[in-house]
Write a protein that binds this ligand. Structure first.
Ligand SMILES: [Zn+2]
Length: 398
């Protein structure tokens, strides 16, 4: 159905693919972006005033199924992470499948309110798929794989195979696999998961305890894994370096969640992405995050909110604002890409989403700006500022 073009303008347009345009505009026809123009190029059909028009936001790492846990499991210091994990396991046991579905709906609604139009969700038992696919958003739903015991190999292979088969070919939601973490998944499953040519994400180099376990088979995780009855030293990945090699074998792309620590033996290669979760990182009081070192090495870095079991909300722009407040000198254009284009590239949607460019999907967010001037307009976008955001998804206001 052909529709008339609509032109949207505001104080600033941030295309993410290029510099901010003062008084610029975005013209949309149907579900596509027709053009992105500097001030005065076209008469606006709608002018949003003191606001920014930015690409739809990308939250590259979250767990919608933990959305009922806000404030219930206080993050620990980095050396007592296994205590927090015990809290998450105990919490999960209290939730019925109906409650989990309600939590997923509430978490997704919170993501959408923040202006998120592309989500990387890690789903225990794939539970978020039906809700996400029925919602006005793009997503990759990663089936979570947890298991250190090789005898369950066939069962996992079956689950991974059918997850990919049943869910491929859908328009807005794609399947991925998430071997949970180096301390919770057998090396053989991690290698197996890369054989399905699906996107992969794994929690990686998250805590000192994980680093100690993989490097020397010791530390708090040994007791933790014994306690839950799955300790099997022979099943652990040999090293973080080996893990990177394993997941890179066939997987089209891999997202390493957290990467709060840099293993000395890590070998970086193109196609890898780090999903940094800034406020969760801060809540666990880790040393400063090495995201700038990663960027300097050519590793793609995007942002995620992690879950409400460790984060105050699911607003990925608030993550970027947190980074800006902490590192005011960090370039605003790079930070914007970390919540838009870099996430879209990492999740495999960059041909459709992540920037305001002609031909891409008409996904954009209108973000209110503070009433002042700044030498760099990114400072206005990343300043703490309240106000409701509006999101256009595939040319339709949500
Ligand atoms: Zn996570």
């Amino acid at each position: 159905m052909p529709t008339e073009p609509r032109n949207y303008s505001a104080r600033y347009v941030f295309p993410a693919a290029g510099p901010p345009l003062a008084g610029g505009s975005v013209t949309v026809r149907g579900d596509r972006i027709l053009s992105v123009d500097p001030a005065g190029a076209r008469p606006p059909d709608e002018y949003f005033g003191n606001a920014a028009i930015i690409p739809g936001l990308v939250n590259a790492h979250t767990h919608l199924d933990l959305s009922g846990a806000r404030g219930l499991i206080p993050p620990t210091d980095p050396h007592h992470f296994t205590d927090w994990l015990r809290g998450v396991i105990a919490y999960r046991r209290t939730r019925s499948p109906e409650q989990v579905q309600a939590d997923i709906r509430a978490g997704l609604a919170e993501c959408l309110r923040a202006g998120t139009t592309l989500i990387g969700d890690i789903a225990s038992e794939g539970a978020s798929w039906d809700t996400v696919i029925a919602s006005p958003t793009r997503a990759v739903v990663f089936l979570e794989i947890i298991g250190l015991q090789g005898w369950r190999g066939e069962e996992f292979k079956f689950a991974m195979h059918y997850w990919g088969r049943w869910h491929s070919g859908r328009a807005m939601c794609r399947p991925g696999l998430s071997p949970h973490a180096p301390y919770s998944v057998a090396d053989s499953f991690i290698r197996m998961s890369s054989g399905f040519e699906l996107p992969i994400t794994i929690h990686w180099a998250e805590t000192p305890a994980e680093m100690e376990l993989i490097a020397s088979r010791s530390g708090p995780f040994v007791d933790f894994l014994r306690g839950v009855g799955v300790w099997d030293e022979a099943e652990l990945v040999p090293s973080h370096r080996q893990l990177l090699a394993s997941i890179g074998l066939h997987a089209p792309r891999a997202i390493l969640a957290h990467a709060n620590y840099q293993p000395t033996d890590a070998m970086w290669r193109p196609g890898l992405t780090v999903a940094y979760c800034p406020r969760t990182h801060a809540a666990f009081d880790h040393p400063p995050h090495p995201f700038r070192e990663f960027l300097a090495r050519g590793v793609r870095v995007c942002l995620g909110t992690d879950s409400l079991a460790s984060n105050p909300d699911l607003d990925v722009l608030a993550e970027a604002r947190f980074v800006h407040a902490k590192y005011p000198d960090f370039p605003g254009d790079v930070l914007l890409k970390m919540v838009t284009l870099a996430g879209a590239e990492a999740l495999g949607w960059a041909d459709e989403a992540g920037s305001l460019e002609p031909g891409k999907s008409a996904d954009l967010v209108v973000v209110p700006l503070p009433d002042r001037d700044a030498a760099d307009p990114h400072e206005l976008l990343f300043a703490e500022h309240p106000g409701e955001r509006r999101a256009l998804f595939r040319g339709v206001w949500r």
